[in-house]
Design a protein around this ligand. Structure first.
Ligand SMILES: O=C(O)CCC(=O)C(=O)O
Ligand SMILES: [Fe+2]
Length: 225
């Protein structure tokens, strides 16, 4: 899929090892982006989005089969960028509403290695901006245009978004665990039977109760299905 050189991956993996995040220009190729915009329009037309506790005024969708396919498709590339092999957990997507805020947090274990990719930016609006605080580096922000992405260690890097002045930004989140890490194989597919599968009721209940590691009053993903 990629036109990136060996040297690019070596540098990226070294940078990721140190900083725990990477900005990746054009992580989604234009043809895939074009396809996804059509697919999102179909999802919207069919009211397939729900809401979650994290960003209650925005629309979200977790574990969709076609978006899980993007997760699996991009997995080798993200593995090369971070410098080790990954296993897929789940995909998640959100259309941010005007005035929404994403509070500062780290993610649960199934988001050990995560990608946030910009799918759609409202007409005339600025880039999609996510703020990061890696463990040993100063706060920073990453600005994404459509097709750009940010790979980050979701359980380590604090991340947040400032209040949206314009609604309609669509981001796709792709979550992985390290194959050499302590959550493999337990958290593969985020404990579903396979990619694209729904969540068992007790897992879903458990997930409602999962707290952000640094914010005890906020619970994680209320699954929309
Ligand atoms: O909007 C983003 O880029 C990140 C979203 C996020 O951190 C989350 O849903 O946990
Ligand atoms: Fe997050």
């Amino acid at each position: 899929m990629s036109s990136r050189s060996r040297a690019y991956y070596v540098r990226a993996a070294k940078r990721f090892r140190e900083r725990r995040y990477l900005f990746v220009k054009g992580i989604l190729p234009q043809t895939l982006l074009d396809y996804l915009k059509v697919y999102y329009a179909i999802l919207m037309a069919n009211n397939r989005f729900g809401t979650d506790h994290q960003c209650p005024s925005s629309l979200s969708l977790g574990g969709d089969a076609a978006l899980d396919a993007v997760l699996e498709w991009i997995r080798p590339e993200v593995g090369k960028l971070v410098g080790f092999e990954l296993a897929p957990t789940y995909s998640y997507t959100r259309q941010y509403a005007k005035r929404e805020v994403l509070t500062r947090h780290t993610d649960r274990a199934a988001c050990e290695i995560s990608v946030t990719a910009a799918i759609q930016i409202p007409k005339g609006a600025g880039p999609s901006v996510v703020h990061l605080k890696p463990p040993n580096f100063d706060e920073t922000k990453v600005e994404m245009f459509e097709g750009d992405g940010c790979v980050y260690a979701g359980t380590e890097v604090e991340h947040w978004r400032e209040r949206f002045r314009v609604g309609g930004y669509i981001q796709l989140f792709l979550h992985f665990i390290a194959k050499h890490g302590r959550h493999y194989p337990k958290l593969i597919f985020d404990e579903r039977d396979c990619l694209g599968a729904g969540y068992k009721e007790h897992k879903r209940k458990k997930r409602f109760d999962i707290r952000y590691q640094n914010e005890s009053n906020v619970s994680r993903n209320a699954w929309p299905r």
